[in-house]
Design a binder for this molecule. Structure first.
Ligand code: GLC
Length: 735
């Protein structure tokens, strides 16, 4: 019997593998047959993306001089341009339409840093499925997302666009987003291609200054910045975007080591690499290329397949220069052919040759209903909210309050909840914090709104009105933070305090004695020590998108018990940066009092709030950790369990986090690293037994010889509801 089962599964595996090989051969035959018919001009045309639709002429399309266009957001326009490319060009190669669908297309979900706070990859994937079908129905074939850059410097505005500081969480979320966008069938009309960006280490920009220099060791590159890209490639991402920054002296958009040796030779990535916007001509600004012709040669040779040009052909460097570079044998046509092959392969994988046009009828019966999309946005928004403080259980608010005063420009402006990077948002769909509070408060409750002050500037004219209103209120809800323009691209800040006079207004309102709830709306960790010390309740809501107000109100009034956990450390002040949980021990770890230890004279070395931190309206108690045994071999699976009890009075979801510490190694290792997590709902009084499986790869690292392996020795397994408050148990890995 057993033999029969083995034979059966072997046969199934053989058939599956054979079909994959056959599919790949068919694809390669198609691509090669097309490539062999292309002229040099047509080949070069396949490597050019133009950024704005209105710069594209019919002649460019009928000559096959443009391969891709960024920014088409209308099915009819897409079909019109596609018709010219497919029906009027010599070979009929379809156009690839791209857009930045970062956190939603028409339905705007929370910004990625907020979504990461949900620690719910399944829900993030669900949101990306909705974004994909909305985008595809409007002509988009590929999104320039997910941004998978690990970011440990909140001065960097683009920390808003990623999943925070952690490699494991960032990799899990990258996979979820790509699976959401690409679905199970890339040729499906409900799927779009994804693009993992920005390759690589863009988030390590010196000083948190956007576009700035990155200089890190190969070990740090491989341990921290590459893994989310590797996870993206392993889950089948069809494209990668090369970054603006220079990396260890070589610009990322001309870096043969990363783009070819790692991405192609080590990882076998066979999708396409597209440059970030003008990052190829910027090789001249890097002073890495003397001119644009040399920039084109260096980028193509390094492995950048497609040139994301600027506003029109004059911005492209591949279009005007590759012809002469090839004819003068400065670069071989073989290299050009390989890039063209990858572009054609991705277009084939996306089904553009079979279905180049938007089938509008398909979306009439396949688009999820508005309420379904709204419901996903609401669930993801409320799960993205992190409760940072709740003194004396001020929250949740009672529903039958007499008067609530809502203060802050951000409370009543539908523009800001959208956060940075929107595609085709529908402003009238945005529920502001004020809308949400009015929707959920009882009809008998008076809700008064006073702006109080702007996010920026020092206008205090409305302070008195706000103070007067606060004095006659049961509670004041202050929505403060950043405008949506203060994070995202080209939005680095050296001062990450609360901008303007918002904090001064909070201080005045606190003086009234009326209880205050501060709701933060921001795209990065802010330095908020005064709030932590003086305000009874603080919620981190980031930018939550369309359903901001409803999600916030459900948390404020207790219809949803907050479950969010920080994906990034909150520093006490900007001087602590970089500060992250998986730091090294150093030879003089601070022990609380010794002078000559790794510490500051003027601030505690601990963060204000650690990675993985977030409170609930209930409490959770962790039991002893149990492991299947104490001693393991380096190739063994380690089974771990822990029991978690809800000791409170209401349901609560807890993100149970598992960290590993390698106690001794051939190189210095982080004090701990996240290696697994699970989010579970636990009812009041209920105890749940949670099991984890630690596979050898979760213990491996790049050792002193840069070999990735498990070194024998003692490891500590730590489990808890954040990276600081954990229970631990040691195990031994034998030789
Ligand atoms: C921008 C961004 C990149 C984006 C691209 C196209 O400069 O760096 O993330 O996808 O240009 O908009």
């Amino acid at each position: 019997m057993k033999n029969h089962i083995i034979i059966y599964f072997a046969a199934v595996l053989f058939v599956f593998t054979s079909s994959l090989i056959a599919q790949e051969n068919k694809e390669n035959r198609f691509v090669d047959s097309l490539l062999n018919r292309m002229t040099l001009e047509e080949k070069i045309g396949q490597l050019v993306e133009l950024v704005t639709p209105n710069s594209v002429t019919e002649k460019m399309l009928s000559n096959g001089n443009v391969s891709s266009i960024l920014g088409i957001k209308d099915a009819d326009i897409a079909n019109e341009l596609q018709h010219i490319a497919v029906e009027e060009s010599r070979l009929g190669i379809p156009l690839l339409f791209t857009n930045d669908v970062i956190h939603g297309y028409n339905t705007t979900f929370p910004i990625p840093l907020a979504e990461a706070s949900s620690w719910n990859p399944g829900l993030i994937e669900e949101a990306c499925r909705i974004a994909a079908i909305e985008a595809a129905s409007n002509g988009t074939h590929l999104t320039f997302a997910p941004m998978v850059d690990i970011a440990r410097d909140p001065r960097w505005g683009r920390i808003a666009e990623g999943s925070g500081e952690d490699v494991y969480l960032g990799s899990v979320i990258a996979e979820a987003r790509i699976k959401g966008f690409q679905g199970n069938d890339l040729k499906s009309k409900s799927s779009i291609g994804a693009c993992a960006k920005h390759f690589v280490a863009y988030g390590a920009a010196e000083g948190g200054k956007d576009y700035n220099t990155v200089d890190i060791s190969e070990r740090t590159l491989r341990e921290i910045y590459l893994p989310p890209f590797k996870a993206s490639v392993d889950v089948g991402v069809v494209s990668i975007m090369s970054a603006f920054n220079d990396l260890n002296g070589i610009p990322a958009s001309a870096n043969y080591f990363t783009l070819t040796e790692i991405l192609r030779n080590e990882w076998n990535f066979d999708g396409l690499v597209i440059s970030d916007y003008n990052s190829i001509p910027e090789l001249v600004k890097h002073r890495f290329a003397r001119n644009k012709a040399e920039a084109a040669a260096k980028a193509l040779t390094a492995g950048v397949d497609m040139d994301m040009a600027g506003d029109d052909m004059k911005w492209s460097v591949y279009a005007p220069h590759l012809d002469s570079l090839i004819k003068n044998k400065i670069i071989s046509e073989k290299i050009l052919n390989e890039s063209v092959r990858r572009v054609l392969r991705v277009k084939h994988r996306l089904g553009l040759f079979e279905n180049p046009y938007v089938d509008k009828d398909f979306y009439k019966s396949n688009m999820p209903s508005f309420s379904e999309r709204k419901n996903t946005a609401l669930r993801l928004a409320r799960e993205s909210i992190v409760l940072l403080k709740n003194e004396n259980n001020l929250l949740p608010l009672k529903k039958h309050l007499q008067k609530i005063t809502v203060i802050g420009e951000l409370a009543d402006n539908p523009h800001h909840p959208l956060g940075p990077w929107n595609t085709a948002p529908i402003l009238e769909n945005v529920v502001t914090p004020l809308d949400g509070i009015k929707n959920y408060a009882s009809k008998k409750t008076e809700v008064e709104f006073i702006k109080g002050c702007n996010v920026e500037g020092n206008d205090r004219a409305e302070f008195d009105r706000a103070i007067t209103a606060a004095k006659s209120s049961d509670v004041v809800i202050m929505v403060i933070g950043e405008t949506r323009e203060m994070s995202g691209e080209a939005a680095s800040r050296t001062n990450i305090d609360i901008p303007g006079v918002q904090l001064d207004l909070v201080k005045e309102i606190i003086k009234t004695g009326t209880p205050v709830v501060v709701v933060l709306m921001n795209g990065r960790p802010l330095t908020i020590p005064w709030l932590d010390e003086n305000v009874p309740a603080v919620l981190e809501t980031w930018f939550l998108g369309d359903q901001t107000g409803n999600a916030l109100a459900q948390v404020l009034f207790g219809d949803y018990n907050p479950s969010g956990k920080l994906p990034v450390t909150f520093p006490r002040n900007v001087g602590q940066i970089p500060i992250y949980y998986s730091h090294k021990s150093t030879g003089r770890p601070f022990n609380g009092n010794d002078k000559y230890t790794a510490k500051y004279l003027d601030v505690d070395i601990t963060p204000l709030y650690p990675f993985g931190y977030g409170l609930s309206y209930t409490d959770f108690e962790y039991s002893e950790i149990t492991t299947s045994k104490r001693n393991y071999n380096s190739d063994e699976i380690i089974e771990v369990s822990v029991t978690v009890r809800n000791t409170g009075l209401i349901d609560g979801e807890e993100v149970i986090q598992l960290y590993i510490t390698d106690k001794f190694a051939s190189i210095t290792r982080p004090v701990k690293e996240l290696k697994d997590f699970t989010k579970v709902l636990i009812k009041p009084g209920e105890t749940k037994k949670i099991k984890f499986v630690i596979t050898p790869d979760k213990l491996s690292f790049y050792n002193i010889d840069m070999d990735k392996l498990v070194e024998p020795g003692e490891f500590t397994i730590s489990i808890g509801g954040n990276s600081r408050d954990v229970i631990s148990k040691s195990i031994i890995i034998n030789d």
